[in-house]
Design a protein around this ligand. Structure first.
Ligand code: AP5
Length: 213
């Protein structure tokens, strides 16, 4: 199964992708996570991406397309994948189309998680994630048992530098201007499934399972 996850920042793409990965035994390919790993390792790519990410702007297409093309060489992706946070612009979608042709692959679904802006700001400013396993928490909706530490491995939780209110507002604008229009790119292919992303995580996941049938 090959899935694209579209949706604004904070819609729950990462949270839901982890559930799909577990049930369907496919990989999650998150360009945001890849970029953050580059930043942590201090690579040239990570340093280049830093100012774009911290301002809530998109990293240039050629950087992203180069990074994704490298990931596509990995044999593990043959079993299927969820693209989380990619593509985000028309040139990225066209680049992905080319990569798929080269690999002889087709997409199966484009899931679009829909959540109102006011809820997104509330979710993101309260997000924390585990510095080791990446588990995603929310101080309001899904807090850890011990403040500041992961339930699974006791590692410290981190607050993403782009999860401040001002940056979140810019990220929402960037999504509407540059990423949401991709729905029109995939509509003629009959792949788009719109999902109500509000309510309990488990109820949203049930909606996703129905859409994947
Ligand atoms: P990226 O890491 O991709 O971030 P994003 O798309 O902005 O999405 P988020 O990770 O913020 O949200 P999410 O939908 O995964 O929500 P989550 O499940 O965590 O990108 C970051 C930056 O990297 C970009 O701004 C850009 O600079 C750069 N970048 C990345 N990819 C790029 C690309 N392709 N091109 C160019 N630049 C790129 O949930 C959020 C919170 O809500 C959590 O606290 C969670 O616990 C909570 N939550 C989830 N579901 C629910 C629910 N049902 N009810 C209540 N709370 C919930």
């Amino acid at each position: 199964m090959r899935i694209i996850f579209l949706g604004p920042p904070g819609a729950g793409k990462g949270t839901q992708a982890k559930l799909i990965v577990k049930d369907f035994h496919i990989l999650q390919l998150s360009t945001g996570d890849l970029l953050r790993a580059h930043r942590t390792q201090g690579t040239d790519l990570g340093l280049k991406a830093m100012s774009y990410m911290d301002g809530g702007n998109l990293v240039p297409d050629e950087v992203i397309l180069g990074m994704v093309a490298e990931e596509f060489q990995k044999p593990e992706l043959q079993a299927g994948y969820i693209l989380d946070g990619f593509p985000r612009t028309c040139p990225q979608a066209e680049g992905l189309d080319k990569l798929l042709v080269e690999q002889g692959q087709n997409l199966d679904h484009v899931l679009v998680l829909e959540v109102p802006d006011s809820e997104l700001v509330r979710r993101l400013t309260a997000r924390r994630s585990c510095s080791k396993c990446g588990h995603i928490y929310n101080l309001v909706f899904n807090p850890p048992k011990v403040d500041g530490f992961c339930d699974h491995d006791d590692s410290p939780l981190i607050h993403r530098s782009d999860d401040t209110e001002a940056t979140v507002i810019n990220r929402l604008k960037v999504y509407k201007d540059q990423t949401r229009p991709l729905i029109e790119h995939y509509k003629p292919m009959g792949l788009v499934r719109s999902i109500d992303g509000t309510g309990e995580v488990k109820d949203i996941y049930q909606r996703i399972l129905i859409a994947l049938k």
